[in-house]
Ligand binder design. Structure first.
Ligand SMILES: [Zn+2]
Ligand SMILES: [Zn+2]
Length: 138
């Protein structure tokens, strides 16, 4: 279950959608179950890391879902699949992302509290949440 948020630029009209939440394929499961499936849902580096971690410990659990991140420097939003790997409730791995423009580490953002972001097209600080276009998916 997740949400799709529409953002719209007041200046140039550019629109983009961001996903947040857990969906059909991206949900909590044991790492072994994920690895026994033939589908690679994640970036190949993440996939390789999960394989390595699974060799080191039994019964690892993973949680994955869409999260919305912001670059603290450029204020540009990105949605990413965040993967957390747990060993007996201890976090052994958590995804990290960098901004593709300035390489700053992206921060998780609370999309409900965020007032403005930077428009990826015109780079003005006039990118707003469009409340009318909020939708749910599962
Ligand atoms: Zn714009
Ligand atoms: Zn940046």
């Amino acid at each position: 279950m997740g949400h799709t948020y529409a953002y719209r630029c007041e200046h140039c009209g550019y629109e983009e959608h961001f996903n947040q939440g857990h969906g059909y394929l991206v949900h909590s499961q044991p790492v072994k179950t994920y690895l026994s499936q033939q589908t690679e849902l994640f970036h190949y580096k993440t996939h390789g890391l999960l394989k390595e971690l699974a060799k080191q410990a039994e019964n690892l659990q993973m949680k994955a879902g869409f999260q919305v991140y912001i670059c603290p420097k450029c204020k540009v939003l990105r949605d990413k699949i965040e993967v957390t790997v747990l060993n007996e409730k201890k976090v052994v791995h958590k995804s990290e992302f960098r901004c593709r423009d300035c390489r700053t580490r992206l921060k998780l953002t609370n999309i409900h509290r965020l007032k403005n972001a930077t428009c990826p097209k015109c780079h003005k600080h006039s990118f707003h949440l469009d409340h009318l276009k909020h939708s749910l998916w599962d």
